[in-house]
Design a protein around this ligand. Structure first.
Ligand code: HOZ
Length: 427
């Protein structure tokens, strides 16, 4: 049988692009098979190079909360494009974006735009170190904060999926300044601070983890982390690259009523174009160049096309307030998976909040990296392929979150529930 277009594109890609992909999470290595190529995307649907239509629960790894190619976002990009693609000077969109972010996320008094979530977390950590004049940081096993050196230790996402949570190439001298602790463990946090007195610049975490699958904190955990940081003079950094504008308009911090010192953002604020941002207390942010001694920069930071797309996306969230609706859709999916697994006698955990969810095939409640690893990744791979055959695309990894968009309403969710149910029945 002739190769599909995706297979021949992948064969060509393998010759020139390491692993055939420009980001490891796109490879199918942990679930097996060949990744499909996408030639277009609309609403809740991806259209593959071979003209298959797939209901998409990856949503470009988070940004597409309004679905793909939303008309308002497209129009905003087109209007901005009329005036140019990049100026290398301040532009009016940046001011509007900053005003929107500060309005949506009240802990952010000042904000700096950059080009990716990786840049946001890397820069926030440098800023925390410069502000506190301390070197060490605390991160949590399974939390993934992009691919800068000091954060690629016990990392989640593709690093975990492909078996390299401690990436090669990170100097020992860098790694020793990163203290890694289990998430959801207050005693471990106390011990981490006690073992490094007066040395911890910041604690960085995904307040709801989205890169080791989706995991939520125990009641009171985030408040405990906040209080411990204050007590030890360390800054609290929330990485809300995934959860910002998604779990609530103001992110997890709004939902859980926690005020971090700094927040990292990305994904949704770019409306599907490359973007990142970090912001927080004004006295901390004013340590950034050109006001202060902490250097951070970017040729394309605040890019007018990305800003225009992001502004349109944020305005849609403000007008539509879709959060209750998204949660209803998320519950519908979760309940379908739970019911199908119950009928088959298959142990499963389906953490879900709003438009984020995960499916772990395990009897153990999943609350950290260690319990996430109890999930049956081989079984997940079979489930993934059964869903794909049925026209539903989940992230090709047992350790990634699923995302919903407002475009999933109605038929797409009903169809996905049917496919989940059938796939589980046939496992
Ligand atoms: N945080 C995303 C996946 N967990 C990033 C996507 C990527 O690495 O390409």
């Amino acid at each position: 049988m002739a190769n599909s277009l995706s297979e021949s594109l992948f064969a060509r890609a393998l010759q020139l692009i390491p692993g055939g992909v420009n980001s490891p999470v796109r490879a199918f290595r942990s679930v097996g098979g060949t990744p499909f190529f996408t030639k277009a995307a609309r609403g809740a649907t991806l259209i593959t190079a071979d003209d298959r239509e797939l209901i998409d629960f990856v949503c470009t790894w988070g940004p597409a909360i309004h679905g793909h190619n939303h008309l308002r976002i497209k129009a905003a990009i087109a209007a901005a494009l009329e005036n140019g693609t990049s100026f290398g000077t301040p532009n009016p969109y940046e001011v509007e974006m900053a005003e929107l972010i500060v309005r949506f996320v009240p802990s952010i008094k000042k904000v700096r735009m950059c080009n990716s979530g990786t840049e946001a977390t890397m820069s926030a950590i440098r800023l925390a170190r410069g502000f506190t004049k301390r070197d060490k940081i605390i991160k949590f096993a399974g939390c993934y904060h992009g691919h800068s050196d000091s954060l690629l230790i016990k990392a989640g996402s593709g690093a975990l999926t492909h078996g390299n949570p401690d990436s090669a190439g990170v100097p020992v001298g860098v790694a020793q300044d990163t203290v890694v602790l289990p998430y959801n463990d207050c005693a471990a946090l106390d011990a981490g601070f006690a073992a490094n007195p007066g040395q911890i610049a910041c604690v960085i975490l995904e307040p709801f983890c989205g890169n080791v699958g989706f995991i939520m904190p125990d009641a009171g955990y985030l408040a405990y982390v906040r209080e411990a940081c204050t007590r030890h003079g360390a800054l609290l950094i929330f990485d809300e690259v995934m959860t910002g504008f998604r779990i609530a308009k103001g992110g997890v911090q709004e939902r859980e009523k926690i005020v971090p010192d700094l927040t990292c953002l990305g994904k949704i604020i770019g409306g599907g174009l490359p973007v990142g941002a970090f912001g927080g207390r004004a006295d901390i942010m004013d340590h950034l160049a050109p006001l202060g001694p902490v250097y951070q920069a970017g040729t394309l930071s605040g890019n007018p096309l990305a800003m225009a797309a992001g502004i349109a996306g944020l305005r849609l969230l403000e007008e539509g307030n879709p959060y209750a609706r998204l949660d209803t859709l998320g519950r519908q999916l979760r309940d379908a998976v739970l019911a199908a697994c119950r009928a088959k006698g298959l142990p499963v955990q389906v953490p879900q909040c709003g438009s984020m969810f995960s499916i772990f095939f395990t009897a153990t409640p999943v609350r950290d990296y260690a319990t996430a690893l109890t999930g049956d990744a081989k079984l997940f791979g079979r489930f993934f392929h059964a869903c794909l055959a049925g026209g539903v695309y989940l992230a090709p990894s047992a350790y990634e979150a699923g995302f919903l968009s407002t475009a999933h309403e109605g038929a797409a969710i009903d169809r996905a529930c049917e496919v989940f149910t059938k796939s589980i029945r046939e496992l």
